[in-house]
Unconditional design. Structure first.
Length: 117
């Protein structure tokens, strides 16, 4: 991405540079619009993510507390009805979710977000 400089040294437009100035302003306006939209989207996603944490904790307790193993074994033995949705009983679904959740928590811990300037 080519960045058109917008610092103080560029503030004084010389004759014939009006087009460059207009192009710079248009580019910065696009950056502003894009960045505002991205921040809005991430903010909304973070709210959803934080609200999901109680569900993730419940899934972790289910998975590690023994109930999951019994439900898994009963499913393997054919003791559960065939119409029952059972994605939670796959061997990797909860584990993968917990791993992904931990990675995201690490990313949003702010240690990962150092200013780029």
């Amino acid at each position: 991405m080519e960045v058109i400089k917008g610092g103080a040294e560029e503030a004084k437009a010389r004759p014939g540079e009006k087009d460059q100035q207009l192009k710079r302003i248009e580019q910065m306006e696009k950056y502003l619009d894009d960045a505002k939209e991205a921040v809005k989207n991430v903010s909304s996603a973070l709210e959803d993510f934080m609200e999901a944490q109680n569900k993730i904790i419940a899934l972790e307790h289910y998975y590690e507390g023994g109930c999951w193993r019994k439900d898994f074994e009963d499913d393997e033995a054919g003791l559960l009805p065939s119409y029952l949705k059972r994605g939670v009983l796959t061997e990797d679904a909860i584990y993968d979710l917990l791993t992904d959740n931990d990675e995201l928590l690490e990313i949003i811990s702010m240690d990962q977000f150092e200013k780029l300037w």
